[in-house]
Design a protein around this ligand. Structure first.
Ligand code: SAM
Ligand code: SF4
Ligand code: SF4
Length: 335
């Protein structure tokens, strides 16, 4: 039995950021005015090597982690990523390796990732309209390239691909129904994520959040849906299904209906710090311990003690008091 935190939550899932760099500048994550030419990203030597990631993942698996999600920045920018996936697949105790990507580099990488054993794929897609897509990513990459990437992923054999859409009031609400129609048509599972106040530079305010309940009501008018409970480990998404049999829909109501009581995730940043909450200001520098000569036993003891002390439940406490608190940026934590 792995450790439980101070609110009795187990440690089951680990998100591993493999790079802090990204080829997009989504304004809600890495706004260009803050992450432009002059921004200093991590140096090569500051980033965990594959060996270091694997070592930590083995230790996490020994403490109960069953699912690893690779993320970033944009994880597909990390050289030789399929090799990391193949090696993660060998780690005892892991049931699932998944990846979240902006999809722009999937055309060349979907097949190697599938062959390496990647279990599932989530692609972020905020708009089906080329102009709004450009505005929501602030990238030179066009919508077509992401749609091509999705096709490549389906052709490579990925099933049950998830699409993540972050909704912002007055920005992409018009995309709710077109995205749902696209996902229904292609057999993907669309998930709408409430815009969150991660980091301190994305101009978040409560008014910019489109509540999940509003999204459900809008979709239900077009295609009747019903909520259902999925068995399995703690889950952050509300599951809905289309009554006409066209599959599932997920709503992630992190702001309006927080789910901290079921949060069993730890996060490892690209430079090897452990974060126990998406809204934490600081992580624990595991890389320093590792490079300082800590043994696997030392690291396991350190992680276990840290998890047992964990009392984070930021989203449940979100209020005027939490608004100005310092916290790490999303591209650093990997979502
Ligand atoms: N670059 C990859 C991507 O975009 O899929 C992986 C990293 S990205 C940080 C992971 C997820 O976080 C994406 O689905 C993104 O839309 C979401 N995200 C980023 N900033 C967010 C915010 N402020 N609120 C809610 N979701 C956010
Ligand atoms: Fe890059 Fe993903 Fe952040 Fe967009 S959400 S800037 S694609 S890391
Ligand atoms: Fe987990 Fe922190 Fe999000 Fe709550 S606010 S669900 S504890 S990451």
């Amino acid at each position: 039995m792995g450790p439980r935190d101070s609110l009795s939550r187990p440690l089951k899932a680990l998100r591993v950021s493999v790079t802090d760099r990204c080829n997009f500048r989504c304004p809600y994550c890495m706004p260009r005015e803050n992450f432009g030419e002059g921004f200093r990203f991590l140096d090569r030597k500051e980033i965990l090597s594959f060996e270091e990631i694997l070592r930590l993942v083995r230790i996490f698996a020994g403490l109960g982690v069953e699912k690893v999600r690779l993320t970033g920045g944009e994880p597909l920018l990390r050289k030789d990523l399929p090799q990391l996936v193949a090696r993660l697949k060998q780690v005892e105790g892991l049931r699932e390796i998944t990846l979240t990507t902006n999809g722009s580099l999937l055309t060349g990488l979907a097949l190697p990732l599938k062959q390496a054993g990647l279990d599932r794929l989530t692609v972020s897609l905020d708009s089906m309209d080329p102009d709004r897509f450009r505005a929501s990513t602030d990238a030179t990459v066009g919508l077509d390239q992401v749609l091509d990437g999705l096709e490549s992923a389906s052709t490579a054999g990925f099933k049950g691909i998830k699409l993540n859409c972050v909704l912002r009031r007055g920005v992409n609400e018009a995309d709710i129904l077109p995205l749902a129609a696209f996902a229904r048509d292609k057999g993907h599972t669309l998930r709408f994520i409430e815009f969150m106040d991660v980091g301190t530079r994305n101009g978040w305010c409560l008014e910019s959040v489109v509540p999940a309940a509003e999204v459900a009501a809008l979709i239900a008018r077009q295609w009747p849906i019903q909520r259902f409970w999925k068995p399995g480990p703690n889950c952050v998404a509300q599951h809905w299904q289309y009554l006409d049999g066209a599959g599932e829909l997920g709503l992630i109501a992190s702001v309006t209906e927080p789910f901290c009581s079921g949060c069993d995730r730890a996060r490892l940043s690209a430079d090897g710090a452990l974060y126990t909450c998406l809204f934490a200001a600081e992580g624990m520098d595991l890389k320093a311990f590792m490079r300082g000569g800590a043994s696997d036993g030392d690291l396991a003891a350190l992680l276990e003690a840290r998890w047992k002390r964990r009392d984070d439940r930021y989203s449940e406490l979100r209020s005027a008091q939490t608004a100005g608190l310092p916290r790490a940026e999303m591209f650093h934590l990997g979502g």
